[in-house]
Ligand binder design. Structure first.
Ligand code: ZN
Ligand code: ZN
Length: 245
């Protein structure tokens, strides 16, 4: 099959590689669509836990073309599935503390095992979720980042009509913004450095959009003199997180 390969840091090639083999508890997914994530850029620059060579790609959906003989989840050939790329062991100290994001044996599709920037990818059947035909392939590739946002919303427990300040409206920030709007939160004040992103945020339901600048704190105080009920960071920049306090 054809695959995108990172042969080493800061290198990328399209190569002919072996088709993946299907393990007994795995399925083979023919990839329909895969998203490019900020994490892929970190992997490319060798700033992440990956080893080279690697086929990247962890945000994807596709069609099941082969099912291992020990699979018990009911997934069938022809099913459209989205795949949770984070494969927790379930038995290490952290998994047993329900902190599986710290799993000592974590496998991640497209990060430390072959990913979805390829025609086919192998994945454990337990990580596959059937997708209805009402979602198209592009939407299917967005399920993984949206799942991260849905989990964040579960942790946040934002009450209706809560004033929210959101830093960063890249893809994750825009998904958060729409989720907050659906939750009934508002006003939704968003801050970013890029005017085009702010324009998109305004279309997607931001009440106020502000370009980051030296007078930001003052402008925020004018809008919400007693502060915001919830502040969300979707930048990952430590200085921004510190400023939220
Ligand atoms: Zn990602
Ligand atoms: Zn574990």
């Amino acid at each position: 099959m054809k695959a995108v390969v990172f042969p080493g840091p800061e290198a990328i090639r399209v190569e002919q590689v072996e088709d993946p083999a299907c393990g007994p508890d795995e399925v083979i997914v023919q990839v329909s669509r895969a998203g490019i994530c900020g994490t892929d850029i970190h992997i490319y620059r060798n700033e992440y836990m990956s080893h080279f060579p690697l086929i990247p790609g962890h945000e994807f959906g596709g069609v099941v073309v082969e099912v291992g003989d020990q699979v018990k989840t009911g997934v069938k050939v022809g099913d459209r599935v989205a795949v949770d790329p984070n494969l927790y062991c379930g038995y290490c100290e952290f998994c047993r503390r329900e902190q599986s994001n710290h799993c000592l044996n974590l496998g991640v599709v497209g990060v430390n095992r072959a990913g979805a920037f390829a025609e086919y990818v192998a994945a454990p059947a337990r990580a596959c979720y059937r997708v209805p035909d009402s979602l198209d392939d592009g939407q299917m590739a967005f399920i993984e980042p949206l799942a991260c946002v849905v989990y964040g919303m579960k942790r946040l427990q934002v009450p209706p009509a809560e004033a929210v300040l959101l830093f960063g409206v890249g893809p994750i920030g825009l998904l958060l913004l729409q989720s907050l709007r659906h939750r009934g939160a508002g006003p939704l004040v968003v801050v970013d450095k890029q005017p085009d992103r702010l324009a998109l945020a305004a279309q997607m339901g931001a009440t106020v959009t502000l370009e980051a600048g030296p007078d930001l704190a003052e402008r925020l105080r004018e809008l919400q003199p007693h502060g915001f009920g919830v502040v969300v960071d979707a930048t990952g920049v430590p200085a921004v997180i510190e400023s939220a306090f």
